[in-house]
Design a protein around this ligand. Structure first.
Ligand SMILES: [Zn+2]
Length: 339
């Protein structure tokens, strides 16, 4: 957590925005981060950014590639940055399709430079590693401009999700209601009132602490996108921007099923290394005590599999993706459908 006083004492970010934020028009540029290294002494990292501004109005900040192996956000945002029509905009849209750009280029969750997990690096440090510098720039330079934030995630290489948009349960119920209204406008097949198991250092937490309307997603996974989840991502950005009054037109009303994740009982973690056999698929209903997956020991034959059972009634909202699990891996997440 941080306060305004802590922010004032920090030196300015070494990152430079080579794009216009305040002039009407559609601008394509870069966030340039100096990065001196063996193969480029005075080199830098160029993170693509687009800004569309037309007159006065609210500002939306849209980000993908917070984790580098999650693709629906970058697909939707590279597409939006290319196809936006200025006469449809009132206000400002800031688009960063691949926020942790080194991770995105490597196709990995964390940055290959510093192993930084951007969504555990907020609010960031201007004198930190490259991942912390990105977080700091977002916190101190981008977020203050934004009224509403949409940060895309998917399961990445190790998880696969039912496609949902989500916001967090917040102390400020007015802010929470505004976040859930924006989730509804995203119009994913599922919408989630999220309880984080690991909220410290997240972009979400920093933006919410600053009072922003914040929407996140989990739109699939397995380190790729599908035709269906890419379409959900593209439609979702338009829905949120129309809902915020930044894009012309009313959001298309799409049916969504609300899912709750009420507590620790939602999560199942593997207790052994093994070969995972799913016993239910994403979206399937389960009852408390029902086997949902088993892990076969792989170092010998003739050993019973380790069976994992549902700790509550619900539907399978996420599952481990690769076929092999290690002890401690998250193998299943259950949600409860609101009736
Ligand atoms: Zn992610």
């Amino acid at each position: 957590m941080f306060g305004p006083a802590a922010i004032e004492n920090l030196p300015p970010s070494p990152m430079v925005a080579k794009v216009e934020f305040d002039r009407d028009g559609i601008h394509h540029g870069f966030l340039r981060m100096p990065y001196s290294r063996d193969d480029s002494a005075w080199g830098s990292i160029l993170i693509p950014i687009a800004v569309a501004k037309n007159g006065d109005g609210p500002t939306a900040l849209l980000t993908g590639g917070n984790h580098g192996d999650e693709y629906e956000g970058p697909i939707a945002l590279f597409d939006l940055a290319r196809s936006l029509k200025l006469d449809q905009v009132s206000g400002r849209i800031i688009i960063v399709p691949a926020l942790n750009y080194p991770a995105f280029r490597a196709g990995t969750r964390t940055s290959p430079i510093d192993k930084g997990n951007l969504n555990r690096s907020f609010p960031g440090r201007p004198f930190g590693n490259p991942t912390e510098k990105i977080a700091d720039f977002v916190t101190r330079d981008l977020l203050p401009m934004a009224d509403i934030v949409l940060d895309y995630h998917s399961g990445g290489r190790t998880l696969d999700f039912l496609p949902f948009a989500a916001a967090h349960i917040l102390d400020d119920k007015r802010q929470e209601a505004a976040c859930f209204a924006a989730v509804e406008a995203f119009g994913a097949p599922y919408s989630v009132k999220m309880l984080e198991i690991d909220a410290v250092g997240m972009f979400d937490t920093t933006a919410e602490t600053m009072g922003k309307v914040f929407v996140t997603t989990e739109l699939g996974g397995g380190g790729t996108a599908s035709a269906r989840t890419a379409q959900i991502a593209k439609r979702g950005a338009l829905g949120v921007l129309r809902h915020a009054g930044i894009l012309k037109g009313a959001p298309e009303k799409r049916p969504t099923k609300w899912l709750d994740m009420p507590g620790d009982d939602c999560f199942t973690f593997s207790e052994i290394d093994g070969l995972i056999e799913p016993l239910v698929d994403l979206g399937d209903a389960v009852v408390k005590g029902q086997p949902i997956a088993c892990a076969h020991p792989i170092d010998r034959t003739g050993v019973e599999p380790f069976t994992y059972t549902a700790k509550m009634d619900g539907v399978l909202a996420a599952r481990h993706f690769p076929g092999l699990v290690k002890a401690g891996d998250c193998i299943a997440v259950l949600g409860v459908l609101e009736t």
